[in-house]
Design a protein around this ligand. Structure first.
Ligand code: ADP
Ligand code: MG
Length: 728
């Protein structure tokens, strides 16, 4: 039987009544399989005898005689104190809420005690101890050469209130003895042999009840390996589905993780031959857009465009083959599945437009999805400005587009009268039907958390003539929160990854200053100098208004009053947050973009995408309340033009330790990859990418950063295994 097939309830195990069952269910343990895969969070090494005398060096683990019972406190607080001695010293066990020990451990009995001891009131004592009775009476010397019970390597489980370690250990032991031989090993036999792993039954037994550190180590290795193998098999299968082949399993070494080059090290001018070659590969609309650009594409932008063109073209070639030949083996043609990483401000949007134009020239439709209304609208405006003059039909769709306009828009989409539609997640809602959606661009993909890839894929075309053939749209995901290579390949291993490493020419690194709350005036004066020079500034706050604020957060509304009336009365200020009616938000942003407003007081609504090159200052109040990725994104609102930009991080005097860390990281780094690495260290991988969700797998015992070496093995094996399975 496979472990996952052991569905009998925990209550079927001896000693587990309704009360215990209820407690276990709080830990998400319902079946015997659940308890068997409820791995210890730690282990205690109780193999060595540690006498009381050595209490300062280690946890005491010794046999002792109970020499007296004493009591202290009154009424409900009356507490039993067991005086014990093991021949090296005497000590007191303080039995809070354990008065019952008076009866079960009478004076003269022999016990085994495990616990941490300290000196209090001139006495060696312990309040946290485990105790087991060895005998009602006798001499300690009788037990001298006997192994102590409750010894060995003892598992420590995560608990919930009311449940004890003893109870969990007993239940686990019962489950193990019931399924002593019966758990199937799911990993292929040749892999178990090659990697020297344990059969499943043994791995489960040793993870809970190891007799030696070696057994424990093997068990951990096996279970971690198995988890990563399954994870990577899923990834390999997905890749096979989209590409018709299982990709190379190779992971770069972590130290080779790509980093954005130093920002000063901006793009070099490509030579004439290269340019001529690049231009030749462009499709007609792409060429038109290229000719209209007032700046040079960076080499990385070009490289990504070339990669995407190749992907898209290949998709069409395979599509057409399928449509003409029909009955080939593969029913799903190649589709692009690409993750485009590039630091904030590196020019991803333009690259995405080039992809759209390629698809348009193959006569397909494109959808560009952004996480916020503001960003979607900005993209739509850019698209209208850049693409409509080329005769491309663009449209804007969000949940808020009014009913009449909406009906018309949906009709036009269905009829194929729109080439590129830009909007929020509404783009992939049920009511939206495309004539032939062939490319979905997802901007700031990390903001969507779990990527609802399925709902996008479902918008692909099923031809009536050949219902078995389905055409999924090409997928381009973009992210400015770069994830380290290993993590990216592991979690998004079925995607191809492109990286824009260079910034457009002429950009200067943003100067970042840390300002203690109370000294804001310094930052304000620096901003005033910039405003005088004709530039603009953002002020960012953690809260919208003073309502419902329990944590003394500064609000954008209050700050707006203060900034416009007291601090900068000579300049025009606007307020931007999500509670303001949409038209007003829009007007504020447009006026800011047009330079009619110099100061924008906002919440984190401006975090992603907002692009105003003349804004050279950002002041982030209570900056220690924000996460690193967020701070980097916010700071990236500046530094978008040729002028020097400035970021002021105002932190409170109550800043936490990790808050200080984050401020330092921001001060010392402008490179998005470096910041992401710190973020990974400070927060752990799960949170940063939603990796667990990305693979549709919750990682339990494995950690892809810590277990990198096992990951490399499991990945290679899984990819090879899937390769031989799908293409024998
Ligand atoms: P992000 O990668 O953060 O999405 P954007 O696409 O918003 O960056 O681009 C930031 C700014 O840089 C925009 O104003 C865009 O027009 C401009 N830009 C893009 N590519 C280049 C380039 N090659 N040279 C100069 N400016 C560029
Ligand atoms: Mg962007």
């Amino acid at each position: 039987m496979k472990l996952s097939e052991i569905k009998s309830p925990v209550s079927s195990l001896p000693g587990v009544g309704p009360a215990a069952s209820a407690l276990f269910s709080k830990l998400n343990i319902f079946t015997v399989a659940d308890i068997l895969s409820f791995y210890p969070r730690d282990y205690e090494d109780r193999r060595k005898h540690i006498p009381i005398l050595d209490f300062e060096k280690a946890k005491v683990h010794t046999a002792a005689t109970v020499t007296a019972h004493e009591w202290f406190g009154y009424g409900k607080m009356r507490t039993l104190k067991l005086i014990i001695s093991d021949g090296t010293a005497s000590a007191a066990l303080i039995c809070f809420n354990r008065a019952f020990l008076e009866k079960s451990l009478p004076v003269g009995c022999i016990i085994v005690v495990t616990g941490t001891f300290t000196v209090k009131y001139g006495q060696i004592q312990s309040t946290a101890f485990d105790v087991t009775k060895l005998a009602e009476s006798g001499a300690l010397s009788d037990f001298e050469n006997m192994p102590l019970p409750n010894s060995g390597i003892v598992p420590v489980y995560p608990l919930t209130e009311g449940l004890t370690q003893k109870q969990v250990r007993k239940t686990v032991a019962a489950a193990i003895s019931q399924y002593d031989r019966g758990i199937e090993t799911e990993l292929p036999a040749h892999i178990i042999e090659k990697r020297e792993l344990l059969p499943k039954t043994q791995a489960i037994k040793f993870i809970h009840q190891p007799e030696t550190p070696q057994e424990l180590q093997k068990a951990r290795q096996t279970l971690i390996y198995e988890e990563l193998f399954n994870f990577q098999s899923t990834i390999a299968l997905r890749a096979y589905r989209h590409k018709g082949a299982v990709p190379d399993a190779r992971l770069d070494e972590p130290e080779q993780t790509p980093s954005f080059q130093n920002v000063q090290n901006t793009a070099q001018k490509p030579d004439a031959d290269e340019t001529a070659h690049f231009v030749k590969t462009l499709s007609p609309s792409q060429k038109q857009l290229y000719d209209r650009l007032t700046f040079m594409l960076t080499p990385d932008q070009r490289a990504v465009i070339l990669q995407m063109n190749a992907d898209i073209d290949r998709g069409y070639v395979e599509r057409n083959e399928l449509l003409t030949k029909g009955n080939g083996a593969r029913k799903t043609p190649f589709t692009m599945q690409r993750l485009l990483q590039g630091d904030v401000g590196s020019g991803k949007t333009l690259v995405a437009f080039f992809a759209c134009l390629r698809v348009k020239d193959w006569s397909g439709q494109c959808a560009v999805m952004a996480p916020t209304e503001i960003l979607a609208r900005q993209h739509a405006e850019n698209a209208a400005r850049l693409l409509e003059p080329l005769g491309i039909r663009t449209a804007f769709l969000t949940g808020n587009v009014k009913a009449s306009g909406r009906t018309q828009l949906l009709k036009a989409l269905k009829a194929g009268e729109i080439d590129i539609v830009i909007g929020t997640h509404a783009l992939f809602s049920k009511q939206v039907v495309y004539k032939d959606l062939q490319l979905a661009v997802i901007d700031e993909q990390h903001r969507f958390g779990v990527i609802q890839r399925q709902s996008i894929i479902d918008k692909g075309r099923h031809t009536e003539e050949q219902p078995s053939v389905s055409f999924e749209p090409h997928l381009l995901m973009m992210s400015a929160t770069p994830i380290p290579q290993t993590l990216a390949l592991t979690a998004f291993g079925d995607l191809d990854i492109s990286t824009i490493r260079t910034m457009p020419a002429g950009r200067k690194p943003i100067k970042t200053y840390l300002v203690k709350q109370g000294n804001e005036q310094n930052a304000y004066e620096a901003v005033r100098r910039e405003l005088k020079a004709g530039r603009q500034a953002y002020f960012v706050y953690p809260a919208i208004d003073s309502e419902n604020i329990t944590q003394e957060l500064k609000s954008a509304e209050e700050a707006f009053e203060n900034l416009s009336k007291n601090v900068f009365p000579e300049y025009r200020c606007a307020l931007l947050h999500s509670k303001i009616p949409e038209e007003e938000q829009l007007r504020a942003l447009q006026e800011f973009r047009a330079g009619k407003v110099q100061i924008l007081a906002a919440t984190t609504v401006i975090e992603v995408g907002v692009d105003v090159p003349n804004a050279t200052c950002i002041v982030i109040e209570q900056a220690d309340r924000f996460g690193l990725a967020q701070l980097h994104q916010l700071r990236g609102r500046t530094g978008r033009g040729a002028e020097q930009s400035f970021c002021f991080l105002i932190y409170s005097s109550k800043i936490t330790e990790t808050g200080i860390e984050r401020m330092k990281v921001m001060r010392q780094n402008t490179n998005g990859f470096a910041i992401a690495q710190y973020d990974l260290k400070l927060r752990g991988p799960g949170e940063i990418t939603g990796t667990a969700q990305a693979g549709n797998l919750t990682l339990g015992i494995a950690d892809i950063v810590r277990d990198h070496d096992i990951l490399v093995q499991a990945r290679t094996d899984a990819f090879d295994y899937i390769r031989t399975k799908v293409a024998p």
